[in-house]
Design a protein around this ligand. Sequence first.
Ligand code: UD1
Ligand code: UDP
Length: 365
Amino acid sequence: MKLLTIVGARPQFIKAAAVSAKISDLGAVGRASIEEVIVHTGQHYDAGMSEIFFRELGIPSARHNLAVGSGSHAVQTAAMLEGLEKVMVEESPGMALVYGDTNSTLSGALAASKLHIPVAHVEAGMRSFNRNMPEEINRIVADHLASLNLCPSLTSMDNLAREGLEGTSVLTGDIMYDCALKFAKLAEKLQDPLSKFSLHSGRYALMTCHRAENTDNCMRISQIVSAANELSQKLDVVFPIHPRTGKMLESFSLSLAPGVKTLPPLGYLDMLLLEKHAAVILTDSGGVQKEAFFFSVPCITMRDETEWVETVQLGFNVLVGADGGKILSAVEDLNANPPHLPDEKPYGNGDAADKIISALCGFRP
Ligand code: UD1
Ligand code: UDP
């Protein structure tokens, strides 16, 4: 079967790395039942947001790069749709594979469905129940267009069942767990970000922030910056900055204190090790919340809700919105009462890639 994989944004490169490697392994043992063709929409294009992931994680090169770049939602999505339709007609795949909830996901699912190409959606069924998030719209549409919804957790299976999609759902576990396990091992061999950035294990906070609801709202981003500045008086704060955030900090004239170590976006291998050794993680990223959980590092999520509800239920994640006071008191609380390691494994066993590939191979339209 020819499988057209559509990726475009940083977390999708990471997720696709684990699945693509398994597809290549099938070929290596003579079971070449999937021919994968990768399309990069070009949503993320800076070397540190794109090329580094292909290089470090050994992702096969994209056969097609649509180079759509940045733009408003409509402009970006329309350019992707136009480019993807041409590629799909040319490649005539048996199936299209999309990941997560970005505009690249939406476009891939929509372009394929209109051409009657069945869609498989990895990380299906996640819901924040907040339709002001562009990601919520993207994932609802992708789930409803997909013939195969590959779900990371029981919660996501339940969400789809409530929307009448149980017939399309398969529980695979979370592909990001596979990625964290696989690439943390590689990272330990190849990278030493603690020495590189003069940090000590367990003695710094790692922060990321890129969600539009935070970066584009002056009040929210100001609160987050103030909290980081205040926290840096007690603890090193390391802050790899997403390009969206860098631009918004500049446009709101916000500056970070010298104790906040700002860095360009990091490669995944450095990032995993910085997460693993952090005392605490502050983030609004979906992926980073889960990686904190995988490494048993307490996480403070600077959002009003999360899709990854198990991380909160099991005590490793606290939702604080963008309230500076709540961010700082959550750090104190977690320090005073560190969470206990949970027995449950809500995101599976780290074998999601195998289950995804079995589901793809077993799919009959
Ligand atoms: C996108 C996804 C979000 C995901 C995130 C992962 C959507 C709607 N959002 O958000 O769900 O969590 O990716 O990181 O799809 N920019 C650069 N260089 C780049 C890429 C972006 O400078 O390589 C800047 C541009 O100014 C751009 C802005 O970042 O306008 C936002 O990029 P965009 O891809 O639209 O959304 P993200 O915030 O990255
Ligand atoms: N990540 C990375 N470098 C960074 C910040 C994040 O490699 O500087 C990784 C992170 O470890 C996780 C993924 O990118 O695997 C999350 O992507 P992001 O936060 O951009 O998007 P989200 O998961 O919120 O959609």
